[in-house]
Design a protein around this ligand. Structure first.
Ligand code: AMP
Length: 214
């Protein structure tokens, strides 16, 4: 089983990806994690990718596609792979299809965690982080015991610069523009499965399992 995981920022993709990989024995391929590792290890790829990542821009398709191909080849001994963060553009989706034909593989299902704009705004605008120890909180879902202070170290809780309502709306718009063609692509391929992403982690996980066990 080879899976593509799609969903907007704040959908809880990272958390669900780990669960899917564990439960179904899939190799978890996270493009963001792989790129960060390449930058840390100062590899040829890392050196090229760093400038784009620092700006928050997408790394050029050809670099990311080659990196993903290497990983997919490594999935030989597993029950399949789970792509997380890739494809991010329609060109990446098309390149993936071409590469999989060469490797004699297919995407079994593309899971789209579908979250309403209101829910994402609530989640991301409620995010706070301890300025001292980095522990994450959410004023709505996971508040600290004392408002504005970290339970662990008493440090001040601050909001990320890009977690304000105006910026979140902008990020959502960008995501929609980029992701809609990818959703359309997998729909046309007959492998798109929408999962309701409103609600808590357990509820979303149940929805994902239902789709993957079909
Ligand atoms: P993420 O952890 O998925 O938010 O990714 C962190 C950064 O890695 C992004 O801001 C991009 O610069 C880069 N990146 C991750 N995945 C891709 C991708 N599929 N295509 C291009 N750049 C990517």
């Amino acid at each position: 089983m080879n899976v593509v995981l799609l969903g907007p920022p704040g959908a809880g993709k990272g958390t669900q990806a780990k669960r899917i990989a564990r439960e179904f024995g899939l190799l978890h391929i996270s493009s963001g994690d792989l790129l960060r590792e390449a930058v840390r290890n100062n590899t040829a790829l890392g050196k090229k990718a760093k400038a784009y990542m620092d700006k928050g821009a997408l790394v050029p398709d050809q670099l990311v596609i080659a990196m993903i191909r290497d990983e997919i080849v490594k999935a030989k001994g597993t029950k399949g792979f789970l792509l997380d963060g890739f494809p991010r553009t329609i060109d990446q989706a098309k390149a993936l299809k071409k590469m999989l034909i060469e490797l004699r593989k297919i995407i079994s299902v593309s899971v789209n965690i579908d979250v309403s704009d209101e829910e994402i705004l609530k989640r991301l605008s409620g995010r706070r982080t301890c300025i001292v120890c980095g522990r994450p909180y959410n004023v709505v879902f996971n508040p600290p015991l004392v408002e504005g202070r970290c339970d662990d170290c008493g440090g001040e809780l601050v909001q990320r610069d890009d977690d304000t309502i105006a910026t979140i709306r902008e990020r959502l718009e960008t995501y929609k523009l980029e992701s809609q063609p990818i959703l359309d692509f997998y729909k046309a391929e007959g492998v798109l499965a929408d999962v309701d992403g409103d609600g808590d982690i357990e509820k979303i996980w149940k929805g994902i399992k239902k789709v993957l066990k079909k």
